[in-house]
Ligand binder design. Structure first.
Ligand SMILES: Cc1cc2nc3c(=O)[nH]c(=O)nc-3n(C[C@H](O)[C@H](O)[C@H](O)COP(=O)(O)OP(=O)(O)OC[C@H]3O[C@@H](n4cnc5c(N)ncnc54)[C@H](O)[C@@H]3O)c2cc1C
Length: 351
């Protein structure tokens, strides 16, 4: 079959793009070097956070609102549960980036939210130890996405809509026809013009004692490095990870094994914050952040190439946007422009 567009890389972004392009009636070829929903890129590890009061920048809010609708659409099309709402806390000192940024986004976009004082936090979560200056923004709409299931759902739906997806197929440029590059941490091999850094991250799971009340979903701005947690929604344990705390590496050189010191660092953090978890380590896995210098997304046409769209480096916070990034990619490929406001993510800022 002749194809209208080739998608290189089928992590969550490429799978969502393949699905959106097939939805627009294009004949799509998707190429992935590894098996479906593998664990060597950035889209594995059971769960991801989705939230609306976006501390990174208020410009993300309209996109994430659209993403919620598209996640629900994908769930109903594939008859799978992909998103579970839990509510979530953005915790930190009132002048820190997590609390201040979340509040600004919530106010600017009139998102439902509630402020919680340190006293209210301690009352609601007596098993957590808060810092004197901690406050939190509670947002009801925050929740959990199931990572591998989401990648699989996009791929299944793309196939149903006529896409051809090939695995164990490492692609090189030029591909035939129009091209979408969603290569994550491998992007420098295909588009060295985008200055990304791959950062090693470790996700860890700890068990609550039987019968213990659940921990909340949170992002917590702590001295030296923030961390976040996803509650145990499916019996996998409570997931915890530092946010931007890893060594700079490449997909070929990354230390994929988790070291004793990685586990010790998290146990130390839990002793200070949620002591009941600290001695109940279950498992861990490594993953890659693909960071741009300003930690905002990178989406647009390759230099001088109106037939090649790049959409990948998501600096550790892109998963929740995957379906809307797919829609943006389809707009760019089909119409040459998009209905969504993606100004802050343009590739010209790197040129
Ligand atoms: C530990 C961790 C926690 C995170 N937490 C969150 C969170 O809570 N919420 C959130 O919204 N986001 C989160 N993120 C970010 C989010 O997961 C990523 O932004 C997203 O998964 C990136 O997807 P991707 O498709 O760009 O990259 P990848 O998943 O790495 O996909 C790229 C794919 O391209 C393939 N590929 C590369 N080159 C080629 C080639 N030449 N030929 C064929 N195939 C190729 C690769 O094999 C890979 O499968 C987190 C990320 C990590 C690592």
């Amino acid at each position: 079959m002749a194809h209208d567009v080739t998608v290189i890389g089928l992590g969550v972004m490429g799978s969502a793009a393949a699905c959106a392009l097939a939805r627009r009636g294009l004949r799509v070829l998707g190429l992935e070097q590894f098996p479906p929903a593998h664990d060597r890129g950035s889209s594995h590890g059971r769960t991801r956070v989705i939230r609306q009061a976006y501390f990174e920048h208020p410009d993300y809010v309209p996109l994430v609102l659209r993403a919620y609708d598209l996640w629900r659409e994908l769930e109903s099309e594939t008859k799978r549960t992909l998103l579970v709402k839990t509510g979530g806390l953005m915790i930190g000192p009132p002048d820190g980036p997590v609390f201040r940024g979340s509040l600004e986004s919530a106010r600017r976009h009139s998102l439902p939210h509630r402020r919680m004082s340190r006293r209210e936090l301690s009352q609601a979560y007596p098993f957590m130890t808060f810092h004197d200056r901690d406050e939190a923004l509670w947002e009801e709409e925050a929740g959990v996405l199931f990572a591998e299931e989401s990648v699989q759902a996009f791929q299944d739906r793309a196939r149903e809509l006529g896409a051809e997806l090939r695995f164990g197929a490492k692609a090189s440029l030029p591909a035939s026809g129009k091209t979408v590059i969603t290569a994550g941490g491998w992007l420098p091999e295909l588009a060295p013009e985008i200055p990304i850094q791959v950062e090693r991250q470790v996700m860890l799971w700890f068990d609550l004692p039987p019968g213990h009340p659940p921990t909340p979903l949170f992002i917590w701005d702590r001295p030296t490095v923030p961390f976040y947690s996803i509650p145990d929604v499916r019996g996998d344990g409570v997931k915890v990870a530092f946010h931007h705390h890893g060594e700079i590496t490449t997909p070929d050189r990354i230390r994929r094994d988790v070291a004793e010191e990685d586990i010790r660092a998290m146990k130390d953090r839990l002793r200070e914050t949620i002591p009941v978890l600290a001695d109940r380590y279950r498992r861990s896995v490594t993953c890659m952040y693909t960071n741009t210098p300003d930690e905002h997304f990178a989406i647009g046409f390759a230099a001088g190439r109106a037939d090649t769209v790049i959409a990948s480096p998501c600096s550790g916070h892109g998963f929740k946007f995957a379906p809307v990034i797919g829609e943006i990619v389809a707009d760019l490929v089909v119409d040459g422009k998009t209905r969504h406001a993606i100004g802050p993510f343009g590739l010209n800022r790197f040129r």
